[in-house]
Ligand binder design. Structure first.
Ligand SMILES: Nc1ncnc2c1ncn2[C@@H]1O[C@H](COP(=O)(O)OP(=O)(O)OP(=O)(O)O)[C@@H](O)[C@H]1O
Ligand SMILES: [Mg+2]
Length: 241
């Protein structure tokens, strides 16, 4: 078994006429939480979308569990137990929380078929999901919607979670709840690649870190090392801290 669950080597991505990723090298160690940091427009979201097959790499290779997934279609990648929580969360506002969860559960046709022990675990991570179970998801606050989006992604066991800025626009108290939930999620052994702008969130959760700028990874290492080096943070992230 390889130490890295996911590996990108020299990945280039074009969106239409634009050349966005310019040779991304990224290793995501198995069972760890890897933070993907970088200024606005650095290419973080494009990297997650390329991993997921939503954009196609024009050059380079993406390996998952030692298998080349570079040219697989998104549903095939998802079927390998990779889940993606996009920046806009992808929640259906008119459906209830329960219906949103059910849509994400491939093996269940109705609520009764959902794995009860797993649901209980999800409720313990994200109490709002239980509290608003029969309410339209559109009624949830921004933070609760983020929690629901993550809860959807883990409704069935996953090997890899790709999560794009879950703390965006949230109040500090809610961010703390989210950090606690992610810490528990991490303890469950799932591998996580997490995009963040919030350096404190990153410091408290990250095992390893990659920093992007202008479509490439400009720094990779342990989160601890970056957290303790203010000058390095400043040079890599500038105003983002
Ligand atoms: N659909 C698109 N069409 C054209 N350009 C795009 C598209 N999506 C992203 N880009 C460009 O690609 C670059 C990287 O964008 P990306 O969304 O990956 O950045 P990001 O690091 O996620 O930024 P943010 O922190 O603001 O979310 C930006 O310059 C952006 O303008
Ligand atoms: Mg983004």
């Amino acid at each position: 078994m390889k130490a890295n669950l996911l590996e990108l080597s020299g990945v280039h991505t074009h969106i239409g006429a634009y050349h966005i990723l310019h040779g991304v090298d990224l290793s995501v160690p198995r069972g760890k939480l890897t933070m993907l940091l970088g200024r606005n427009g650095a290419g973080k979201t494009t990297t997650l979308r390329t991993i997921m097959g939503l954009w196609r790499a024009s050059q380079g290779a993406i390996a998952f569990n030692g298998r080349d997934i570079t040219s697989l279609a998104t549903p095939e990648i998802a079927s390998m137990n990779v889940a993606y929580v996009p920046e806009n969360m992808g929640i259906f506002a008119d459906l209830t929380v329960q219906e949103n969860m059910l849509l994400a559960a491939r093996s269940a046709r109705n609520a009764a078929q959902m794995d009860e022990a797993r649901l209980k675990w999800i409720f313990s991570l994200f109490p709002a999901v239980e509290k608003f179970w029969n309410h339209p998801a559109g009624k949830l606050s921004g933070g609760q919607k983020q929690m629901l989006a993550v809860a959807r992604a883990i409704v069935e066991p996953r090997e890899l979670l790709l999560i794009d800025e879950p703390s965006k626009g949230l109040a500090p108290a809610i961010i703390n709840n989210m950090i606690d939930a992610f810490a528990q999620l991490k303890a469950s052994g799932v591998t996580i690649l997490l995009v963040e702008q919030n350096i404190n969130f990153a410091k408290r959760l990250g095992d390893s870190v990659a920093v992007m700028d202008n479509g490439v990874v400009v720094h990779a290492g342990s989160m601890k090392e970056l957290a303790e080096d203010g000058a390095l943070q400043h040079s890599l992230l500038g105003l983002a801290i």
